[in-house]
Design a protein around this ligand. Structure first.
Ligand SMILES: [Zn+2]
Length: 374
């Protein structure tokens, strides 16, 4: 747990003194109290009972947990209040910002994916941590955040980095892309983004094994010096993963990565490249098959298969019907992954029924499923 240097001063007599005096009163009375007459109907608590009740109430009374800006560590709060823009932000924006900063500082090991946290890869391991004060001070001082509002939605987008000394000017083009692509993703998937937060952690591009990934409201992205189409594709792919909690819980990598590649290909005209690793084997839908380790060869191959499957489907039924399929498969995490095939059949117009049946037969049963020559 994080401890706060600020404690609300307790106003009034010291608690210890009150408890002691109540104990003395209660004890003294209990010894001299005569047993109540049997016929009496008590209309109120006896003095010792009241004393005990008050003592218990006092002992259980804690100052209410601080919230809003008071919940922040003193130096983070001071930094925030000292910003020239502090007085100009709307109460709703300040509330969102302080909630974000507080929850980011509490999210030990990133156990709450809908809350912000920082993350890095060590070897083949993802190491998650709460935000430290240094990270929070930089976010405030350089204003590494912005807001995205659409209808009733209000999202705070916050940028941070472990290895880049981020400046406001660097994040602006990324923010512009989020502002452009997130609503487009919402429209395509047919559901609003599921969180009030979006934390984008940028890391220096170029390491040999340095994948971008996403979990809950956190996207971890390679950040090349100049932004171009590849960055957009990775950004859209990762933002599509923010919808993963709406997908069937028995979903395999072919569904999770296939959907993200499908969304990226429709909105940016490119994919991140899983298709290259496709093994052209039938798509597994048995929940008993268990999980494929992240970053493993099998994960890549299966994700590639999903990517090619959805590309086949897009070609056959087009963007609008694919959008309807996406909306349906993101509607209930307790449905089965295999339901997507029924959803696809239901969305297929009669003139495409044969072509879609062939695609499904290929990817479910392996009929005519062969790796194309390169
Ligand atoms: Zn992915």
């Amino acid at each position: 747990m994080l401890t706060f240097s600020l404690r609300r001063p307790f106003s009034g007599p010291p608690i210890a003194f009150l408890i002691l005096s109540l104990l003395l009163v209660a004890g003294a009375c209990r010894s001299s109290q005569a047993p109540p007459p049997l016929t009496a109907v008590p209309t109120e608590l006896s003095f010792p009972e009241r004393a005990r009740r008050d003592l218990e109430a006092l002992a259980s009374a804690k100052p209410p947990a601080p919230s809003g800006i008071d919940a922040l560590p003193a130096n983070v709060r001071d930094e925030l209040q000292n910003q020239p823009w502090f007085g100009e932000e709307s109460p709703a924006h300040l509330q969102l910002l302080t909630d974000f900063l507080f929850q980011a500082s509490q999210n030990l090991a990133g156990v709450r994916p809908e809350w912000p946290y920082s993350s890095r890869i060590e070897g083949n391991r993802v190491v998650n941590q709460p935000f430290g004060e240094e990270r929070e001070l930089k976010i405030i001082d350089r204003r590494l955040f912005d807001f995205l509002e659409r209808g009733d939605e209000r999202i705070i987008v916050v940028f941070s980095s472990d290895d880049i000394d981020l400046q406001r000017g660097q994040i602006q083009p990324v923010m512009d892309r989020v502002r452009f692509f997130l609503p487009a993703i919402e429209d395509l998937i047919g559901h609003p983004y599921g969180f009030n937060y979006l934390h984008i952690q940028l890391k220096k591009a170029g390491d040999a094994v340095d994948p971008s990934y996403e979990r809950g409201s956190n996207a971890f992205l390679d950040f090349p010096g100049s932004l171009g189409p590849n960055f957009d594709t990775v950004l859209v792919h990762e933002l599509a993963h923010a919808y993963a909690s709406m997908l069937p819980r028995d979903g395999h990598p072919w569904l999770l990565e296939g959907v993200a590649e499908l969304v990226a290909s429709i909105l940016t005209g490119r994919t991140t490249g899983y298709a290259v690793a496709a093994s052209y084997e039938p798509l597994p839908v048995d929940p008993a098959l268990g999980r494929v380790p992240l970053f493993s060869r099998n994960y890549q191959a299966q994700s590639g298969n999903g990517s090619v499957f959805f590309a086949d489907l897009l070609k056959a039924i087009g963007r609008d019907r694919v959008s309807a399929v996406l909306a349906a498969i993101h509607s209930d995490p307790f449905r089965r992954e295999a339901d997507i095939f029924d959803i696809i059949r239901a969305q297929t117009p009669p003139e495409q029924a044969e072509a879609v049946a062939a695609i499904l037969d290929k990817w479910i049963n392996g009929a005519n499923l062969a790796k194309p020559p390169r």
